[in-house]
Design a protein. Structure first.
Length: 158
């Protein structure tokens, strides 16, 4: 009897316990509450190396904020807001700098969306607001290029 238990035990160890399943990812379940807020600083680096020497080192940084607006048993309402500090960028000419200052207020984007109970995206709530901001930015850019003569009016309308 002891021999059969020993044989069964060795068999199970050799086959790494058949009841276990292989897991390639860790499941993530959201446990957020109303008012939870997380701030992020996102930096994009663009570096170029030549002969083990750094010859180009550009970076762009923006602030992002994740806020839970509403929490229920069936899901969440989340607001992602991000803001780029355009004052840290330099531009070749003053007209481009003026254009960026003119559209900067529209560049502050906030996306409000719904998720299911585990935080998986379900839908954007403020699509119209985002669309209108983007259209306003495109209009200002087109107007700028028309006034500067860099683009004919017919082409900028397209």
């Amino acid at each position: 009897m002891k021999v059969s238990y020993l044989a069964l035990f060795l068999f199970l160890i050799a086959h790494k316990v058949i009841g276990q399943t292989k897991v390639d990812s860790i499941p993530f379940v959201a446990y957020w509450q109303n008012g939870d807020s997380y701030n992020f600083k996102v930096t994009k680096l663009k570096q170029q190396w030549q002969d083990d020497k750094l010859i180009k080192n550009d970076s762009a940084t923006f602030q992002a904020n994740f806020t839970v607006l509403d929490s229920s048993e069936t899901g969440y309402r989340i607001k992602w807001a991000y803001d780029i500090d355009w004052s840290k960028f330099s531009f070749a000419d003053s007209s481009t700098s003026e254009l960026i200052k003119n559209i900067a207020k529209d560049m502050v984007m906030e996306a409000t969306y719904k998720t299911d109970e585990v935080g998986q995206y379900r839908g954007l709530e403020n699509f119209e607001e985002i669309k209108n901001k983007m259209l306003n930015i495109f209009d200002k850019i087109s107007e700028h290029f028309e006034k500067s003569g860099k683009m004919p009016p017919e082409q900028s309308k397209k």
